[in-house]
Design a protein around this ligand. Structure first.
Ligand code: IMP
Ligand code: MG
Length: 181
């Protein structure tokens, strides 16, 4: 049995992701012309998306990352958000683009947006690869969305289940047998 056998179906292919990221990068490049851009990736889920997106942002920018506690090994949000790693530098006067893997309930992003806005940046916007709009519990502004997806637990391209599957090059849905015991 191959480790990918538990992937029931592919929701977004490698080619679709690639094409969409080129579009997002071009749009971001246009929108941030002349700005002091700092792109903030949310570890670890956004890391694959971040590294591909950054190479389509055709202007000066700096990298930074932060890490917040998330689901642990469950597929349901605990609602608790804790900083595990903060930004390396002050962001006052910068235009922040938060890069996130997926917006689900909206709790993580809503918290991060407020937290970063309080540091007096010039602006804060959000770019997420995936948006599960049906699941939203907290209203939060998302400025750039890669793909709207249905309410299914997905893995790959940075997204994990229990820390695994982040290295799949596509977005897939796990067979329920992979996480139901
Ligand atoms: P929220 O706070 O409920 O919006 O959750 C956002 C975080 O939950 C994301 O950054 C992901 O780490 C995780 N998450 C939500 N849905 C999924 C999923 O379908 N697969 C993997 N991780 C997910
Ligand atoms: Mg995450």
């Amino acid at each position: 049995m191959r480790w990918t056998d538990s992937v029931e179906k592919i929701l977004v292919t490698e080619e679709q992701i690639k094409a969409r990221i080129a579009e997002l990068g071009a749009q971001i490049t246009k929108d941030y012309e002349g700005k002091k851009l700092i792109v903030v990736g949310i570890l670890k889920g956004a890391i694959v998306f971040y590294s591909d997106l950054a190479r389509h942002i055709d202007m000066p920018m700096t990298f930074d990352f932060l890490s917040v506690s998330s689901y642990g090994n469950s597929t349901v949000s605990s609602g608790e958000i804790k900083f595990m790693k903060d930004l390396d530098q002050p962001v006052e006067g910068y235009d922040i683009l938060i890069v996130e893997d997926i917006v689900d309930s909206g709790r993580t992003l809503s918290y991060l947006r407020k937290n970063l806005e309080a540091r007096n940046p010039n602006s804060v916007r959000v770019c997420c690869l995936l948006d599960k709009k049906e699941r939203r519990e907290v209203e939060v502004e998302v400025n750039y969305v890669g793909f709207d997806i249905p309410d299914e637990f997905v893995v790959g391209y940075g997204l994990d289940f229990a820390g695994m599957y982040r290295n799949l090059p596509y977005i897939g849905v796990l067979a329920p047998s992979a996480y139901e015991v």
